[in-house]
Design a binder for this molecule. Sequence first.
Ligand code: ADP
Length: 475
Amino acid sequence: MKKTLYLKFILAYFIFGVFSFIIVTTFVPSMTREHLIWEKAEDLYVEAARISDTYAAGLYASETDLETVKDQLDSLAVYLDSTIRIINPSGRLVLDTGMTLNVEDEIVIENFDPTATGSAYYMVNDFFGNFDSKMLSVFSPITYNYRVKGYVVIHCDMLRIEESCNRMLNISYITLVILLLLSLIILIFFTEMVYIPLRKITYATEQYAAGNMHYEFQVESDDEMGYLAVCLNFMASQIASAEDDQKKFIANVSHDFRSPLTSIRGYLEAMIDGTIPPEMHDKYLGIVLNETERLTKLTNSLLSLNNLNTKGMLLKRTDFDLNSIIRSTAASFEGTCRKKTIAIEMILTGEAMYVNADMEKIQQVLYNLLDNAIKFSHHDSVIKVETSVKKNKLFVSVKDTGIGIPKDDLKLIWDRFYKSDYSRGKDKKGTGLGLSIVKEIINCHGEHINVISTEGAGSEFIFSLLLADSNDDED
Ligand code: ADP
């Protein structure tokens, strides 16, 4: 399979060469020869007819003598590079520009038969055995008083015609060789532009099929081949990065499950074997409970992400009052806020503000954003939740004056399992999945979420939602 395309192309080139050669060496020579004979015969016939109408007719009408006619025909014969004869119907030579005829030695052409040409006016042969080589002989009858008195016959040596035929054929052969050489360019072009890139692409696909998704190759052309190579490279890199992501994801999940399990196990073993005395059990059981909470949270987050990832996630879109959802979500953090003496200030547009979205999922977005805001805020601070209407959208902002996010981390916070070093150190319950879930949910709604943050000064997360009425308008 591997080399057939190239072989096929070479074979096609070879067949093309052979057929061209056969045509140029068989049909072309015979056609050229036929054409040259016909053309010469036409020319000579015009001359022969002119002679029979003028000189020869004058001769038979006794208007001129044989000597004068011979002189004139001699020079014409030289001009035509041929032999002109006047022959009686019986075959006797009356005049021959090739020799001087004696009256005593009359020359008669044996078997002379002017009708031998049939309907044609010329023949190619040895003229009834009169010549040693082949001659083109053209006939024109001489009529006087409505009777055929003789014939003007012009003979032209076939060697002359063959020579000019060969000259023309040589031109054809040279043209053929040049054409074959030029068509080699097509072969080179095919090799460079199609075959070599195709081989690279085939090799690359073999590598991909074998699982080597990191294999990279280059086809430097900006045609379809180049485009195919770029697409293939892109596809492989996407698959490779998806594979890498998956590996990273599994590594992260395993790690995040293993550490709480290890500590739960450690504490439980220590309680069983008495390393932790019974009076301390309550304290450590509290820690174990915390760890199980973390595991539950992690599992729930993973499940949410998994559902969100399913393409065309089913959103239960309804029109609901976002203000009341904001208020109830904020209220659920009352206990935590009290512990850190954090106040949640709500600056909401209107008493009720109806949006069209999946209520439960937006509640989760608000929950995650507020959870982070509280988590990363200092004690005795204020978190602002603000809404504003612009055109047909409602913009929701959750702003804190906490630790902020370093500039370099701003792009990474949306990645799954991304946690800042601070978060890793202090917030053991953080999964690093909260913001990825938030982003997925907002994206599923066809909306956007952005973050503005200054390290040490605080962060503001702003997302948009479609207003309920405007959705009706759009429909
Ligand atoms: P988690 O909060 O569980 O660690 P998230 O995906 O919600 O995971 O957040 C990822 C990271 O983004 C956090 O570890 C933290 O570094 C950063 N981050 C998120 N929200 C804030 C915030 N309001 N202030 C400062 N950093 C934040």
